[in-house]
Design a protein around this ligand. Structure first.
Ligand SMILES: NC(=O)c1ccc[n+]([C@@H]2O[C@H](COP(=O)([O-])OP(=O)(O)OC[C@H]3O[C@@H](n4cnc5c(N)ncnc54)[C@H](OP(=O)(O)O)[C@@H]3O)[C@@H](O)[C@H]2O)c1
Length: 253
């Protein structure tokens, strides 16, 4: 059984919606303290209201791509406010469904900013000895089964998630000296606000067909949150550098 203490501080990005919100709720329910990062103050307030453990959730409004290189100043400020971090979950990300002939370099790079470079820099500053607890520290980055299974219109998105899978492997080796574990989780199709934004692609018929294609049916955010909390905990103390699919069997069917 996974349990955290209220002096276990976890940063969660993308905490105002979908999978990140579910992870923030779960960590707070398990006793940990969450620094919930998002751009939308109303949704972050709603997260606190929706939690039975709202006192364990601290809201932090931040657009992560605004100035990626200055993330270090913000990170230090957070550490000064809360103390050293036990863990970090990087769930903020964007999906862009676009055929390659319509993809510009500017658009391709801007997706990598939020899906890859922000995560790289967040890990860089988390790994500073002044910012994490050392032994027991754990990072989980949200990738996608799109990184291992092809589909139409998501070439750049898939590549941005593939970059995460590779990143965590070398990072796990480098960070092992600091006793920090780092893994990625690859969700399959999970109904969230991200899917709602692409209603023209993910129609009701499409969702129905996915539900029958997935051996265990399509997912819910809490299925991902359960795995992420396990990976953050000491129950996963011998797991690092792994890309873990949580996808109802979609990637093997
Ligand atoms: N849902 C799925 O089927 C699925 C499958 C595989 C992988 N994933 C991955 O899982 C993660 C969470 O996805 P989700 O379905 O929960 O999506 P979501 O509900 O759209 O949540 C994405 C979050 O990222 C935040 N975000 C985006 N750009 C940001 C920025 N510049 N600064 C700060 N925050 C920013 C969003 O904040 P705002 O609300 O302010 O925009 C939102 O909270 C993503 O990395 C996604 O790629 C999802």
């Amino acid at each position: 059984m996974v349990k955290f203490n209220n002096d276990d501080f976890f940063i969660v990005t993308g905490a105002n919606s979908g999978i990140g919100k579910s992870i923030a709720l779960k960590i707070s329910e398990l006793g940990g303290t969450v620094i919930a990062v998002g751009r939308n103050i109303e949704n972050l307030n709603k997260l606190k209201e929706d939690s039975n453990y709202g006192k364990n959730i601290h809201i932090e409004v931040k657009d992560l791509v605004e100035d990626v290189e200055s993330i270090d100043k913000w990170f230090t400020e957070l550490k000064n406010r809360f103390g050293k971090f036990r863990g970090m979950v990087l769930s903020a990300g964007l999906l862009d469904i676009i055929p390659i002939n319509a993809l510009s370099l500017k658009k391709a790079k801007s997706l990598f900013d939020i899906n890859y470079f922000v995560n790289l820099y967040m890990c860089k500053y988390f790994s500073d000895n002044r910012n994490n607890v050392g032994e027991g520290a754990s990072i989980v980055v949200l990738s996608s089964i799109a990184s291992i299974k092809g589909d139409v219109g998501i070439i750049n998105y898939s590549a941005s998630k593939g970059a995460i899978n590779s990143m965590v492997k070398s990072m796990a080796v480098e960070f092992s000296k600091k006793k920090i574990r780092v893994n990625s989780v690859l969700p399959g199709f999970v109904l969230t606000e991200m899917i709602d934004k692409w209603k023209n692609v993910y129609t009701d018929e499409y969702i129905e067909s996915m539900n029958t294609k997935y051996p265990l049916g399509i997912g819910k955010p809490e299925y991902i949150a359960d795995t992420v909390c396990f990976l953050l905990s000491d129950s996963a103390k011998w797991i690092t550098g792994q890309n873990i699919s949580v996808d109802g069997g979609a990637s093997i069917a």
